[in-house]
Design a protein around this ligand. Structure first.
Ligand code: 8YV
Length: 333
């Protein structure tokens, strides 16, 4: 009898064991044990029958799929903070609630951002590759493998939300000067804490920074925020770091400008056409101009378990007839 009352929850990818076990205890959870991404047809089928869908960044839940959803589907509980994989407006129109997993991946993503901020100017990946490459290391030399100092440089953060601020706090400890561009200026107490300079004009900030870090979500308003025109404003000595979403940068132009020496390099954890990587970027990585990571910003077991717990809390609260804590409304995008 109890089983019948459990909501049917379809989880599109393999989640940590503890999360899956708890989901099975609480819900009629359909798990994806071999982690093969679901096809569009499989997603459509799941959305026709489930009460709740738990997708990830790799599932595109567009208006077409939402239009085909069954009567029962009332909640899309995203396993992830970014919701650019879901047409939130179409979901709202269809009466489907969308939730995400904010806050629990802030520190890990900021750590990875800081790692890339260090990795590119200090030639970390290039240096590590030397010791595992074909040639034997000839030994230390005073003028060999020189990078650039981080301390004292200007870091321009695009998007001073939770992750942007966590990056700023770390960067201060490394001696970087914090600058930021955001839709809204943050409270004075936060600016004071990280000694941040606000730029209303992104164009003006870009032209003055040594390192630029993208920390804003991907929304229709931020698609190609770093457009070809804006990328050309960046100084030739500057580096670009992106742990947010590939779509925020015109990636092909970024690659061309680095090739041309118009931008010094980049550290990228996310890509415009993920999982496809622009071959120009791969060539630049081999030359040591860019450091590329396969979307690992929140890839710690702690983050992924806490993300799962948030998904469970959102589903449980919703099913108990309350507003889930991490609702995403179209007006929030
Ligand atoms: C997640 C992320 O791994 O949460 C996000 O927005 O970018 C990643 O850290 C991914 O989205 C999981 O769906």
């Amino acid at each position: 009898m109890a089983n019948r009352k459990k909501p049917l929850v379809v989880v599109t990818r393999k989640l940590p064991d503890t999360v899956e076990t708890r989901m099975r205890e609480l819900f009629d959870a359909r798990l994806n044990l071999d982690d093969t991404p679901m096809s569009k047809a499989e997603l459509a089928e799941a959305m026709r029958t489930a009460d709740v869908l738990v997708p990830t960044v790799t599932d595109r839940i567009d208006a077409e799929l939402i239009g085909q959803a069954g009567e029962r589907l009332k909640l899309i509980a995203n396993f992830g903070n970014g919701v650019d994989n879901i047409d939130v407006t179409a979901a709202a129109k269809a009466g489907i609630t969308v939730t995400n997993t904010p806050r629990v991946l802030t520190e890990d993503t900021a750590d990875m951002t800081m790692a890339l901020i260090l990795a590119v100017p200090r030639r970390l990946a290039e240096g590590a590759a030397i010791l595992t490459g074909d040639k034997e290391w000839a030994g230390w030399s005073p003028t060999w493998m020189l990078g650039h100092r981080i301390s004292g440089k200007r870091l321009g953060i695009i998007g001073m939300g939770r992750i942007g601020l966590a990056v700023a706090r770390r960067a201060r400890a490394f001696g970087l000067q914090i600058h930021y561009h955001n839709r809204r200026r943050v409270p004075a107490s936060i600016e004071e804490e990280v000694e941040a300079t606000y730029w209303e004009s992104l164009d003006q900030m870009l032209a003055r920074m040594d390192i630029i870090s993208v920390n804003c979500p991907h929304t229709p308003a931020t698609y190609h925020l770093l457009s070809a025109r804006r990328l050309k404003l960046i100084r030739p000595e500057a580096y670009v770091v992106n742990t947010a979403r590939g779509e925020v940068i015109d990636e092909a132009t970024l690659a061309r400008l680095i090739e041309a020496g118009a931008i010094a390099g980049a550290g990228l954890d996310v890509f415009e056409h993920e999982p496809a990587i622009n071959p120009r970027l791969i060539k630049l990585a081999r030359l040591g101009k860019v450091v590329l990571l396969p979307h690992m910003g929140s890839a710690t077991i702690e983050s992924r378990i806490e993300m799962g717990e948030k998904v469970i809390i959102n589903i449980k609260t919703f099913m108990d007839g309350h507003k889930p804590p991490d609702r995403v409304l179209p007006s929030m995008l």
